[in-house]
Ligand binder design. Structure first.
Ligand SMILES: *[C@@H]1O[C@H](CO)[C@@H](O)[C@H](O)[C@H]1NC(C)=O
Ligand SMILES: *[C@@H]1O[C@H](CO)[C@@H](O)[C@H](O)[C@H]1NC(C)=O
Ligand SMILES: *[C@@H]1O[C@H](CO)[C@@H](O)[C@H](O)[C@H]1NC(C)=O
Ligand SMILES: *[C@@H]1O[C@H](CO)[C@@H](O)[C@H](O)[C@H]1NC(C)=O
Length: 293
């Protein structure tokens, strides 16, 4: 009896091994390396079941499951509460999960795990890291400027894993290095992690030339490393009316280009973040510029 059990177990193991030869494949897990605070991002998981039936797709963050898709269950989707994870269930399915309202605590290692039904119960998974960061912020502007006034502002990119490259633009042209101060770096240590805050100053005197189109447009972009992955743009229009804190519109546009490649063990491939912050100054008839934000 014992012997036949052993034979049976050996047989099972051989069958399992055999089944792994033609196993289901996790083709790719695509997650933006960097995402911006408050925005949304799509986690994608593509797989080839090689003729098997799907049993489950599960998503984990730092080892804790937060999303489960079971095609034979009702409802098909189950979510588990986790800090920094807010799922847009309507946009999530067996191949993608949309996270909204990202927080800094959304950063972590994400895993997509796909399992086939009995009898094989094969399971495959891949991990990807995501870091959620704050977009660059323009600060220090006054509410009003006249021709001859000096505009002083700072662009700050807070707590990135890498030194961000900040660039100022005035009316869509890159600011001359003679009116830019810095960059200045400040390091923060949280546990073993080193994070860097980068500040780039801007200081220039307002001239007639700045007003030729009736407004001054200031933009600051932040970029990391070598290839384009993410952009974030804020356009803030200031009233021409008395300078109170009224924002006419505050649009956030963003496009995510996620990692396109498929190698199974990719971790920390070259990172990039490209963020932009734009402030628009409007010129009054009397040449006063009203800035409110
Ligand atoms: C810009 O930052 C520097 C250093 O942090 C600070 O001394 C300066 O006052 C800031 N300027 C403005 C306009 O906020
Ligand atoms: C930057 O400003 C300096 C002094 O105003 C000027 O000589 C130089 O040509 C400017 N450079 C660019 C690239 O505009
Ligand atoms: C701006 O104007 C002030 C005087 O109002 C002057 O001292 C300063 O050098 C000017 N800055 C530039 C960059 O031209
Ligand atoms: C994936 O990487 C390979 C080389 O590692 C490259 O040839 C291929 O073009 C890449 N694919 C995409 C979609 O970037």
């Amino acid at each position: 009896m014992i012997r036949s059990n052993e034979v049976f177990i050996s047989y099972l193991l051989i069958m399992l091994q055999a089944s792994f030869i033609s196993n289901i494949k996790l083709l790719n897990v695509r997650i933006a390396n960097h995402t911006v605070l408050g925005s949304s991002t799509k986690l994608e998981c593509t797989y080839d079941l090689e003729g098997e039936n799907l049993y489950s797709v599960k998503w984990y963050k730092n080892g804790d499951e937060f999303f489960r898709y079971l095609p034979k269950s009702k409802p098909k989707i189950q979510v588990f509460e986790k800090q920094g994870i807010y799922i847009d269930i309507d946009k999530s399915n067996s191949n993608e999960v949309v996270l909204k309202s990202l927080e800094l605590s959304s950063s972590g290692t994400y895993r997509c795990e796909v399992s086939a039904e009995a009898p094989s119960f094969q399971t495959v998974f891949q991990d990807r890291d995501m870091i959620t960061v704050e977009g660059p912020q323009i600060a220090g502007l006054q509410h009003e400027y006249n021709v001859g006034d000096t505009v002083n502002a700072n662009c700050t990119s807070t707590k990135m894993q890498f030194h961000a490259q900040l660039i100022w633009y005035i009316n869509k042209e890159k600011a001359n290095s003679t009116i830019v101060q810095g960059p200045y770096y400040k390091e923060h240590f949280t546990g073993s992690e080193r994070l860097v805050t980068t500040v780039l100053g801007l200081s220039f005197n307002v001239t007639d030339g700045h007003y030729k189109s009736g407004e001054i447009y200031l933009k600051c972009t932040a970029q990391l490393a070598s290839f384009y992955l993410h952009s974030d743009e804020k356009i803030v229009k200031f009233t021409k009316r008395p300078p109170t804190e009224s924002i006419i519109s505050n649009q956030v546009q963003q496009s995510n280009k996620v990692q396109e490649n498929t190698s199974i063990s990719v971790q920390n491939t070259p990172n990039i973040i490209h963020l932009a912050c734009v402030l628009l100054f409007c010129l009054r008839n009397n040449r006063n510029v009203q800035v409110a934000y």
